[in-house]
Design a protein. Sequence first.
Length: 421
Amino acid sequence: MARIIGISSGKGGVGKTSVSVNLALQLARQGQRVCLFDADLGLANVNILLGLQPRHTLADLIQGQVSLQDIIIRCPDGIDIIPGSSGIERMADLEPDQMQDLVSAFTGLDEYDWVLLDTSSGINRNVLCFSLSAPELLLVVNTEPTSLTDAYALLKILFHNEYAGSVRVVVNQCKSLAAGEQTYDKFRRAVHLYLERDIPLLGVIPQDAGMPEAVTAQQALVVRDPDSRAARRLRQMASDLLANGAPETPIAGMGHYWTTYLKCLRGGSLRGVRSEPPAAQVVAPAVDTPPVPATEPAVAALRAEVMPVLGELTRTLRAVFDELREIRAELQDRRVPVGRENAPHSPVVLLPSCPPGECNKPEALRKVLDAYQVQCEQLTGHQPMELFRFTRHSGQPLVCAYHAAGDDSLSDPETRRVQQS
């Protein structure tokens, strides 16, 4: 009897299909018979990632034009693929006898050791029915806050609809293993606190420069670069799945799975599913709309940890940008002679403009000199800036650039900054 695992994500772009393909191949490399079902509506990403062109799809099977064996793609790397395409959407419109024929056909998939279902991302009815019917579910997330909140929303709806299977988390596209484990820990705590469920971690997959290259070449990473960091982590995940065995759930066998799925697809409304996308409400609820009771605290908890870091990063980048802009203006627009050979380690102080004809008379700036407690020595006579060396009573040299009258662009206090030469 095949072990059935649904692979889902609350948000697109987290690498769910890449995880599905490479995990299937790693299981096959450990001697397992694996079938990968592409349940992503209309996108057919699995065969594209592997450079395969299907002759038939699930739609042809539903229409009775071909058999299940006719639509299966035999991948040279050791797995079989069922391209779903738009045929998945048509399942909800099947007549009872057609449903029974389809269930009978899919029962033949029990000859495999594993059937992996790569679902669409999000929280539409097809995704929920595929996930609710699966004995096991892998939830793929990455370190982005929107990925975590959308995954939380998916879990919330599954549990509110009495999901009976087991859920494990895969953290993908991490800069480091530590960052991935930290992301998982935040997500685990939010789920435990607000949904009162414990979800274990299956694995962390680090960012790998070989992944984009493999996608471009239409090859799986574990085939193109089997010793890469990501490939090794996927191999370990496959080994862990084999070692742990299937969980005890009331969902067993392909016939039971597809019967449950079709009933869900054709049944009444699912709890927590609304006409508008729930994920959008979780991430950014309207000001005048009451938040979803159990979801809002989780979102607030995640944002409370993430937003201060993002805010501090934004402030730091803004300060660096302002500093670089001022330096560029001084160097390119003013062309100030800084005289590094005269004062290689002296701080340069940009002071206010002085009256016409008095820029070379330090006595005209006596208040400034007294404030700085310096002695004056003229170094250059360049216009519109004149450079002087002053020496504090402490003996520390100080270089001051006096801005000539008539050019008031430096009179704004924000531009009079002390720069370290």
